[in-house]
Design a protein around this ligand. Structure first.
Ligand code: SAM
Length: 240
């Protein structure tokens, strides 16, 4: 009996030391090198070339935007849970969506689906202003807090139904929707500038969806193009 207790004690000690070692390697400069490796192996190697996007992905600390229990996984090649049944998108998908938007330093961008605030932070490193709308108040408020604390002062967060965009700040040079819709919301199309770009996943919930690039010509003509299959959480709200 005593031997069994000793064995259990030793197993627990070993387990605790393994956990603390794992946490230790994720401190300080380690995050910078994990981020560098994320950009090289998950993003550049998959063909993302826009240097502004690569630089933004290198500079934004993804680990500051995830819940504490997800921090050890912050630079892994996958989406992560952020609470309320929602996710922070896979880093590669964030980079791909940014590249397809052909962002410019003077752009004003609308994001629908703030979630953790990470994607908005990445865009904010490339453009002049980011307006982001989140329908779940607890997520929107948390994102607002992190963005403020980390100094992303050109990002404005609103709690509301992003299906209707953010009319008072429209028109936008680019719009990114980070939840899957069954159709392109007409208010978003209206709030896109002539010459503007929108990236939006289209498709039913829990199905393979299609990431769509929408381009509005300077004459207002709309052209759509499918980029790749994706899997996003569903866009809520809109007309019921
Ligand atoms: N961009 C986020 C990030 O960087 O963490 C990830 C977004 S997560 C995949 C999708 C988000 O869209 C969720 O936080 C969800 O609550 C939000 N959402 C869904 N429908 C929405 C709507 N109609 N308006 C605004 N946000 C919405």
């Amino acid at each position: 009996m005593k031997e069994a207790k000793n064995l259990l004690f030793l197993t627990c000690l070993l387990w605790l030391s393994e956990i603390s070692m794992a946490i230790k390697t994720l401190h300080g400069d380690e995050y910078t090198s994990l981020r560098k490796s994320m950009v090289e192996t998950q993003i550049e190697m998959r063909g993302i070339k826009d240097q502004r996007v690569l630089d933004a992905m290198l500079s934004v600390p993804r680990h500051k935007f995830v819940p504490p229990n997800q921090v050890p996984y912050a630079y892994e090649d996958r989406p992560l849970p952020i609470g309320e049944g929602q996710t922070i998108s896979q880093p590669y998908i964030v980079a791909l969506m940014c590249e397809k938007l052909l962002l410019n330093p003077e752009d004003r961008v609308l994001e629908v689906g703030t979630g953790s605030g990470y994607h908005a932070a990445v865009i904010s490193k490339i453009v002049k202003e980011v307006y982001t709308v989140e329908i779940i108040p607890s997520l929107g408020n948390k994102a607002k807090q992190v963005l403020g604390k980390e100094g992303y002062n050109n990002v404005k967060v609103k709690i509301g139904d992003g299906y209707y965009g953010w009319e008072e700040h429209s028109p936008f040079d680019a719009i990114v929707v980070t939840a899957s819709a069954t159709h392109i919301p007409p208010p978003l199309l209206k709030q896109l500038k002539p010459g503007g770009r929108m990236v939006i996943p289209i498709g039913g919930a829990f199905q393979i969806q299609s990431l769509i690039l929408v381009q509005k010509s300077s004459e207002g003509k709309v052209k759509t193009e499918s980029i790749c299959p994706v899997r996003f959480v569903p866009l809520r709200g809109g007309p019921q």
